[in-house]
Design a binder for this molecule. Structure first.
Ligand code: FAD
Ligand code: NA7
Length: 488
């Protein structure tokens, strides 16, 4: 070790990427400190160690999604013979749900702290900033400062939600950082933004019985396959979620009765509108948390709110690296941050040369009708292969067993395999909407990474009766023009 420094490694940020990196570095004998500090939201919401995923992201989101699915299941259960008295009066208790979700999170925070202590990672609950390229200042809660030096520094500060620059946005609006611990039922809610976070929040709110509206600036789920995005949003409309298309918010005012008067502009018709809501939730994208880091003191170059890194997650300063949501142009997903953090620690301290592969990362949108995919969207496949004539799209609607008895529409289970047209037809992308979408796509993601072809896919014997098996028998191409809807 280089004894000129207190530590071999300082990780700034104790979220998915930072913790994975710190713990892996310890495995390789490094002396490691990990800083984590949460600046409260404008509403005053704060949380413990573990970062976005555990506290205000994937985990509470999936728990609330599950709560919403159970409500739906309760209604479907009667079709199977469950006798549920006063079904229409069944309502979730928001405060009880929040309490259960927060209890789970607190237990994870605690386990994380114990784990760090057991592994001898020094945890510093302070806001980190650079003094120079090897020195980090941790500003603790009581405003005192702790100076730490290290040979290598990893920036894993993640991101936080953006607020629009309109009157009342910060004073009266909330974000995903607040919703999972909100101390009152959200009531009638306007969700601004139609990325995956906006759709998921509106989805579980409606599923829990609250009136939900999504305001869409341009298109739904930009960056995702647009045919799939349409199926997802149509299914949301069918569940009673309102969509305001081509609209942007103008102002939020609090009325005397405490409700929020929102004014917005329809950019297509150039007309102004307004309505009153109990809650306004901004889901308009996220910014990297570079602001507090004083990167200029270390000479680290950044791009907007993000840091551009090399193939080896290196910044322009040789001993400083970055992983996770704070890096520029890579998928903002927990497993991406974890994998990159771990591989980085192995390279820095374990003699490894393996770099992170950011290509073909599978993901799921936990909208009421779940959507999961891996690889290219149909649009991107057409672009990559130089035209529609060079790809083949196999697709089909399917009625899973779960849909039979409650008589759910076949329109809400759809599978699509996008492949090269020639040879064994390498699979470029797989798309699925339907039950347990993430579980369906995960295994296929492995196959796609291993070079899956249509020939292999169709040569695989399915597991019956599942929805995933349908991928092995998609025999209708879009080109054929045949109806992909099954007869029954
Ligand atoms: P984070 O987990 O955000 O951790 C960064 C940590 O650093 C935070 O604790 C932060 O407070 C701290 N920090 C920041 N600045 C400093 C500083 N100067 N000093 C000290 N500490 C600092 N991903 C999925 O894969 N699946 C999902 O289903 C999913 N759902 C999501 C739902 C929502 C609502 C949101 C918001 C995100 C979701 N994500 C999901 C994304 C996922 O949460 C992030 O990609 C992941 O948490 C990024 O990890 P990270 O380590 O880069 O940053
Ligand atoms: P996204 O995926 O960046 O989506 C943001 C959404 O908000 C998107 O629909 C945007 O519309 C919309 N948006 C952005 N700015 C505004 C303003 N000012 N007014 C109204 N609507 C706006 O963000 P998420 O929060 O869903 O997800 C964050 C990241 O996590 C995302 O990058 C994923 O990779 C993971 P647009 O399409 O730009 O017109």
């Amino acid at each position: 070790r280089n004894h000129n420094y207190d530590y071999d490694l300082i990780v700034i940020g104790g979220g998915s990427g930072g913790l994975a990196c710190a713990k892996e570095a310890i495995q390789h004998g490094a002396k490691v400190a990990c800083l984590d500090y949460v600046t409260p939201t404008p509403l005053g919401t704060k949380w413990g160690i573990g970062g976005t995923c555990v506290n205000v992201g994937c985990i509470p989101k999936k728990l609330m999604h599950q709560a919403a699915l159970l409500g739906e299941g309760l209604h479907e259960a009667t079709a199977y013979g469950w006798d549920i008295p006063n079904k229409e009066q069944i309502k979730p208790d928001w405060n009880k749900l929040v309490e259960s979700v927060q209890n789970h999170i607190k237990s994870v925070n605690w386990v994380t702290r114990v784990d760090l202590r057991d592994k001898h990672v020094e945890y510093v609950n302070g806001l980190g900033s650079f003094k120079d390229a090897h020195t980090v200042v941790a500003t603790l809660k009581n405003k005192s400062e702790k100076i730490l030096t290290a040979d290598k520094i990893v920036i894993a500060v993640g991101g936080r939600p953006n607020y629009p620059d309109i009157p009342g946005a910060i004073e009266h609006g909330i974000t995903s950082d607040d919703i999972f611990s909100l101390d009152r039922a959200p009531g009638k809610t306007l969700v601004v933004g139609a990325g995956y976070i906006g759709l998921e929040c509106a989805g579980f709110l409606k599923g829990l019985g609250y009136d939900a509206t999504v305001m869409v600036r341009s298109i739904v789920l930009r960056g995702f396959d647009q045919q799939m995005a349409t199926i997802v949003s149509d299914a949301m409309v069918e569940r009673g979620i309102n969509f305001l298309h081509k609209c942007i918010p103008k102002s939020v005012e609090k009325q005397a009765d405490g409700k929020l008067l929102v004014k917005w502009l329809n950019t297509e018709a150039n007309t102004e509108h307004s309505d009153v809501y109990d809650t306004v939730l901004w889901a308009i994208g996220r910014k990297g948390l570079v602001e507090d880091l004083k990167l200029e003191n270390a000479g680290v170059v950044f791009k907007g709110t993000k840091i551009e890194v090399s193939e080896a997650e290196g910044t322009n300063v040789s001993n400083i690296f970055a992983v996770g949501d704070v890096i520029y142009g890579k998928p903002e997903l927990t497993p991406v941050a974890i994998h990159a953090g771990r591989l980085l620690a192995r390279r820095l301290f374990g003699g490894s040369t393996q770099t992170m592969d950011y290509v073909d990362v599978a993901t799921t949108v936990f909208s009421p009708l779940e959507y999961a995919c891996v690889g290219l969207s149909e649009e991107d496949a057409i672009k990559k292969m130089g035209g529609e004539e060079n790809i083949e799209v196999y697709h089909g609607f399917y009625k899973p067993t779960e849909f039979f008895i409650p008589q759910k529409s076949v329109r809400y289970c759809y599978l699509k395999a996008v492949a090269e047209r020639s040879g064994d037809q390498k699979v470029l992308g797989l798309h699925y909407v339907g039950p347990v979408a993430g579980e369906v796509i995960q295994g296929f993601a492995v196959a796609l990474k291993a070079g899956l072809t249509i020939k292999t896919l169709f040569n695989t014997v399915g597991i019956h009766p599942t929805t995933a098996e349908e991928f092995t028998r998609l025999n209708i191409t879009k080109r054929s023009g045949l109806d992909p809807t099954p007869a029954s």
